[in-house]
Design a protein around this ligand. Sequence first.
Ligand SMILES: [Zn+2]
Length: 260
Amino acid sequence: MTTSLIDAGVNLTNHQFDAQHSAIIARAKAQNVSQMLLIGCDINSSQQAINLAQQYNLLATAGVHPHDAKSADGKLETQLRTLAAHPEVVAIGECGLDYNRDFSPRETQRSVLHRQLTLAVELNLPVYLHERDANEDMLAILQQYSVRGVLHCFTGDQHALEQYLSLGLYIGITGWVCDERRGKSLQQLMPMLPLERLLIETDAPFLIPRSLIPKPKSHRNEPSYLPHICQTIASLKGLEFATVAKQTTLNFQQLFNHKG
Ligand SMILES: [Zn+2]
């Protein structure tokens, strides 16, 4: 029997997917992608992700992305506690630091991350983490907490990989690894990433795998392309597709305490 895959990060609330949720999920299931984690980026999109998760029997996160950190106010903890009480919510996030775009002031990003890490500890939930060009600050903050979680869409260097692994985090790999130009250094790191710490995710509708053949007419990524990412990682690690599929599904279930 083939193991079904789990997409550990889908932005299904993105407007690019409006009115197409059933079709997107059906195409994913046809490719054996049986479960997906729907990512919330602020209070509104977290609520929307939960609604979709309820409707389609999927899972969701609740949190505030660093881009939206400036939207968080004094009600953040109360709002996130209410959202996280839904059984579909298996993680706090997407939260973290993004010094690449700086859509929110860095000081605000750090403070909103601290508040979500504190809440994750209180609720005993894993965190879904985002980090771009903020490796040192991210590590300094994470070291202050005892949290389980995933560093999603990892694109850092070997040092960053080793540091995140030493904190016990899982590492989320997206179609970035399929990019023949900017994915090169990530490809070289794949043999150093232990299979037991790997999660696979599309981050759809973003980051369409550039090595898909034939190239999809729409430039929009979707969860049905997850097997291609799984196969690319398997090849880079010198493993069978089925081995990577099976272990990443198990990893997801272990991290998020979720069966099937
Ligand atoms: Zn992200």
